[in-house]
Structure formats: structure tokens, C-alpha cells
Design a protein around this ligand. Structure first.
Ligand SMILES: *Cc1c(COP(=O)(O)O)cnc(C)c1O
Ligand SMILES: [Zn+2]
Length: 418
């Protein structure tokens, strides 16, 4: 791991060598999230746009020289990464735009973007020969850790709020994790998980705590740029809960700029639900991202419900330092976005994924994007993760099945009405 120079605390600026600390800067309790700093000169001897063009490993591991692991580190067998980037012409047209792309991370093995981070956690934990890996999660990070652990036979303990959608809890049980359903919020689950990890010495995958999760998540930015032949998009829309994904995208883009793989930094637009809009408020009102009081976190989009976003320092910087913006959308706008996205390009997203599309709709209506800009909307989660949310969405859209007897005449009547 000679390519990692330091871990730099984003609160106090102190630098640590990678073997000095595992997670946070010890100076600030649980808030001292650190950033992994690389030796780009060294990395550029190991990876180039040309070497990538010849690399037939279409997974996140094609970017291994930019990931926090040794080149010969063993990786899990599941196919993680290189999700499709679709050009969405009908969706673009609706908004009067020309170039809209949808990247579908609902296609990852456990159905969400979180596989990118959990894969890195599992690799690192196994290098350390950790007996148990743990995480708290609103559901998807847990499912991702659970599934990737199952693929290599790794024990893990999961903390999720008992209100997590049943599909996500089912995943955990199917993969045979030890599952703690917490009678409380995600924030409660997070605190307990940190305590447990400290008590038992478990490997800690928690978002906004383990700095290497950002590094896994940045692979989506690598893929977007490579899939666009290294012409970076102008704008990227992503939904934001804890803020780790948006921070990861920003990190990936910074890596690519440092290596000269892309020439411009896209604007990053973070989309939050109205009831879980901590970062939107901080950004809009210029508040202190470290000390502002938590919000309720209430939203139909469970995956972006975060009263106190754990990765908020990186999440705010992703927007402010790219001249981006935060946008907030209502639960109704999120639910409306599910069938719109599905009908416009065939991508069925869970509410938190569809929120990114709802954000672009709002941005187009408020002039936050221009007609000719190349815009990427990231779907972060599969629609099958939350059927209750999807059913509410189609009811709102007025879509109902016809219930008929197996009879041709009845079919004809039903088709005439439809
Ligand atoms: C986790 C998640 C998000 C938000 O990611 P953060 O890093 O918490 O901001 C968005 N969508 C889905 C589907 C997720 O699982
Ligand atoms: Zn510090």
C-alpha cells in the first residue's frame, strides 16, 4: 500500500500514516472523519487511460491502483461495478434538455450502490484477518455488507432500525448475517454499532467513520467518466443521506483530475428529501456543518433518512467546491419520480434512487441546468427494495391493474376501458 501517503483529518488537518489509525482522527470523538491521500505520481505508473482501455476486468477492481489495497489483495467473487450508463432521450426531451444519462446502480449484486463500499470493507477486513465485520445501516449498506460477506464466508453483525423495508431485512437473513433490529432510528443503530465495535474489536464498516468507504464509492465517478470516453459530464445528480456517496463521487473526480484523466470538474448536485434536509439547510443558510442540530430525518425514501449526516464534511465540500448545489424534494415528488424514471428509460428505482431524478426535474424547472449540458443522474437503489413505496407511487400515478375472469369478452371490455 505504498500508494497511500497519509490520512488527513478534515476537522483539524492533522495527518496520520495509514497504519497509525484505522478510522477517525482520535482528537474529535466520532466526528474526525479523515481523507485518504494518494501518491498520484506513483499511481500513474500503474494505471492510465490506455491501460484501462485494454483492461477486460469490467468491475471496480479495474481501478485497483486507486483503491486502498495492495495490488495483489484478494477480492470477493461477486461482480461489483461497471453498471450501465444509459442515454435517456425521452426523459431529456420532457425537461427540454439534450443530454441526460442515467447510471443504474440498482443492478449491483445486492441491488444498491452500497456494494461499492462494502466490497472495499470486506477486502480490508480480510487483510486484517478480522473475525467479524459490523455496520449500522438504514438497510442497503447492511445488505451489501451481508451479501459480500456471504460470498467469501465472512461473519458479520448488522444493526438496522426495525422500520427498515422488509426486503432489506430479508436480504440480511437470507445471507445469514447476525441481525439486530434496533427499536429506534438509524442514528440510534449507528451509535450502538460503534459502541459494540469498540467493545468487541470488530472491523467497523460504518459510513462517515471508516474513511475507506468513500474510496469504494468513488469508483462510480471513475466509471461515469470512462463510460463517457473521459469527457467528464457537466453535472451529476445524486441523492444524499449520510453524504458518503456524494463525497465519494467528488473524491473520484478529484483523483481523475489529479491524474489528468479528465480536464474539468463536473458540478455535483446533492438531492435531499424535505424531511431529511440537513445538508440542504446548511448549504442554503451557510450554517456550520459540524455543529448544526439534527433534523427529523423523516422521509418515504428510507435510504436517505439521516437526521445527522455522518459524512457531512465531505458531503458539503462536494457541492461547494464544485460550484454545485443542494436541492430538496418532497416525498410526493420522490414517489412521482419512480414511475417517471421507470417509464422514461426502464430503470426501476427505490425512492432514494428516484429522488435523484426528482432533483433533476426540480433543477430543470428552476434553471439550475442548461439545455446543452451533459447531465448524469445516478440511480442508487433497485425498486424491488421497497415495494410498498413503489405501490404508493403507482397509485398516485393512477395506474391500476384490471382484475378480470379468464374470459375473452371480459378482456375486451377491460381493454376498451383502459
Ligand atoms: C445509502 C443510499 C443513499 C445515500 O447515500 P449516502 O452516502 O448515505 O448519502 C442513496 N440511495 C440509496 C439507495 C442508498 O442506499
Ligand atoms: Zn482531527
Amino acid at each position: 500500500m505504498d500508494h497511500i501517503l497519509q490520512l488527513k483529518c478534515l476537522v483539524c488537518g492533522r495527518e496520520y500514516s495509514p497504519d497509525e489509525i484505522d478510522y477517525i482522527c482520535p482528537e474529535h470523538g466520532n466526528e474526525g472523519i479523515v481523507d485518504v491521500r494518494y501518491d498520484y505520481d506513483l499511481i500513474s505508473t500503474r494505471i492510465s487511460r490506455e491501460s484501462l482501455a485494454e483492461n477486460r476486468d469490467y468491475s471496480i477492481w479495474r481501478y485497483k491502483p486507486l483503491l486502498p489495497m495492495a495490488m495483489d489483495a484478494e477480492v470477493p467473487p461477486l461482480a461489483i461495478g461497471w453498471t450501465p450508463l444509459y442515454r435517456a432521450e425521452r426523459l431529456a426531451e420532457r425537461l427540454g434538455l439534450r443530454h441526460v444519462f442515467v447510471k443504474d446502480d440498482g443492478r449491483l449484486p445486492t441491488g444498491s450502490f452500497k456494494d461499492r463500499a462494502s466490497a472495499v470493507a470486506v477486502v480490508r477486513a480480510r487483510v486484517q484477518q478480522a473475525e467479524i465485520i459490523t455496520t449500522a445501516s438504514t438497510g442497503n449498506a447492511a445488505a451489501a455488507l451481508s451479501g459480500i460477506c456471504a460470498s467469501v464466508g465472512q461473519k458479520n453483525v448488522i444493526f438496522v432500525p426495525e422500520s427498515a423495508p422488509p426486503a432489506k431485512i430479508a436480504q440480511l437473513l437470507v445471507y445469514n448475517s447476525t441481525v439486530m433490529l434496533i427499536k429506534g432510528s438509524y442514528d440510534d443503530a449507528f451509535e450502538l454499532c460503534l459502541e459494540a465495535a469498540a467493545e468487541y474489536g470488530w472491523y467497523n464498516r460504518n459510513t462517515g467513520y471508516n474513511p475507506y468507504m468513500t474510496e469504494g464509492k468513488k469508483t462510480a465517478a471513475f466509471e461515469i467518466c470512462e463510460q463517457l470516453d473521459w469527457q467528464a459530464p457537466d453535472v451529476i445528480f445524486v441523492s444524499v443521506g449520510d453524504g458518503c456517496i456524494i463525497g465519494g463521487l467528488h473524491k473520484g473526480l478529484k483523483d481523475l483530475l489529479a491524474l489528468g484523466f479528465i480536464e474539468t470538474m463536473p458540478r455535483i448536485i446533492g438531492v435531499q428529501a424535505e424531511g431529511s434536509n440537513y445538508l440542504y439547510e446548511v448549504w442554503k443558510n451557510n450554517e456550520d456543518v459540524l455543529t448544526r442540530a439534527p433534523v427529523s430525518g423523516k422521509t418515504v425514501a428510507d435510504s436517505i433518512s439521516a437526521g445527522l449526516p455522518r459524512d457531512r464534511i465531505k458531503a458539503l465540500a462536494a457541492v461547494t467546491s464544485t460550484n454545485g448545489a443542494y436541492v430538496e424534494v418532497s416525498d410526493d415528488e420522490i414517489l412521482t419520480a419512480i414511475p417517471e424514471l421507470a417509464r422514461g428509460i426502464g430503470v426501476f428505482a427505490e425512492p432514494a434512487g428516484a429522488a435523484a431524478w426528482a432533483g433533476l426535474v426540480k433543477a430543470a424547472n428552476t434553471g439550475l441546468v442548461a439545455v446543452d449540458e451533459r447531465i448524469v443522474v445516478l440511480n442508487t437503489g433497485n425498486g424491488l427494495k421497497d415495494i410498498a413505496g413503489a405501490m404508493t407511487a403507482v397509485e398516485m400515478a393512477g395506474s391500476r391493474p384490471s382484475r378480470i375472469a379468464p374470459d375473452l369478452e371480459e378482456l375486451k371490455r377491460a381493454l376498451n376501458k383502459a
